[in-house]
Design a protein around this ligand. Structure first.
Ligand SMILES: *[C@@H]1O[C@H](CO)[C@@H](O)[C@H](O)[C@H]1NC(C)=O
Ligand SMILES: *[C@@H]1O[C@H](CO)[C@@H](O)[C@H](O)[C@H]1NC(C)=O
Ligand SMILES: *[C@@H]1O[C@H](CO)[C@@H](O)[C@H](O)[C@H]1NC(C)=O
Length: 232
């Protein structure tokens, strides 16, 4: 009896410790994600696309050019908030995602260029290609690569970023946020908060136009909305 009580107490203490360890970063001090382009986001004045990407995921990579093309087509009428979901079965997804947080902290405009760098060179960081490498050497490789994108003067800062527990927390928050939205793979897209149902293939530019055109107030869609109001 005494033993059981002790066990329960120890279990409770472990639970309390775990909870208090997590409590300092959930909820985070700012909303998760990186805004594409202009930097700030006015949620209620724009069509909001949320993309969940893993920087070392080939499907995320393949979906980016058409999404980017659509964003450029719509300009300020459509915004992108990028979230990261480092998938546990992609060996270097967490360090790559952490590099994006580090880059973003140093220069927010460098986040998407670094993401594109990862997309271009991601094979280098696939599991089978890094099987014999130490974690430290992979981090060093990523630091060097991020330095190419951000500029030589950032080498030390990027390296220090990997020693800063805050960037570890930011990356964990990204993972937890994706999990809390029910995202279990990449890429996943939400439009104005609603999951874009899976089209099977990677969504291409034409598919984006089909989704977004009716939402941004083209003449046709305004008429549709008006006739809809009539029935409501
Ligand atoms: C931040 O990154 C952008 C895009 O790469 C670059 O044009 C700009 O010069 C950088 N700013 C600083 C202060 O490094
Ligand atoms: C890893 O090491 C093993 C054993 O030395 C070797 O057979 C394999 O080709 C190496 N893999 C890579 C990706 O370098
Ligand atoms: C990072 O931390 C390790 C262990 O605490 C230390 O040996 C290393 O010098 C640190 N690196 C940087 C760049 O601060």
């Amino acid at each position: 009896m005494v033993r059981t009580t002790t066990l329960v107490l120890v279990g409770f203490q472990v639970l309390v410790t775990l909870l208090s360890a997590g409590a300092d970063y959930i909820p985070p001090s700012r909303f998760d994600g990186f805004v594409y382009g202009k930097g700030s986001l006015n949620l209620l004045d724009t069509v909001l696309i949320e993309a969940f990407y893993d920087p070392v995921c080939p499907d995320s990579r393949d979906s980016w050019p058409s999404l980017k093309q659509a964003l450029h087509h719509y300009g300020s009428r459509v915004s992108l908030l990028l979230h990261l979901l480092p998938l546990p079965y992609h060996d270097n997804a967490f360090v790559a995602s952490r590099a994006l947080h580090i880059a973003s902290n140093l220069n927010a405009s460098a986040t998407f260029p670094l993401l594109e760098w990862f997309f271009k060179h991601q094979e280098k960081f696939y599991g089978p290609n890094t099987r014999n490498l130490s974690r430290a050497s992979i981090v060093e490789e990523i630091v060097k690569s991020a330095t190419q994108v951000l500029g030589r003067s950032y080498y030390k800062a990027i390296k220090n970023g990997f020693n800063d527990t805050n960037t570890d927390h930011q990356t964990r928050v990204s993972f937890k946020y994706a999990a809390s939205r029910g995202v279990y793979g990449t890429p996943f897209f939400y439009v104005n908060g609603f999951l874009l149902s899976d089209t099977g293939d990677a969504i291409d530019y034409k598919a984006w136009r089909k989704v977004i055109d009716p939402l941004v107030g083209t003449k046709k869609s305004i008429q549709n909305t008006e006739s809809l109001h009539f029935f409501l």
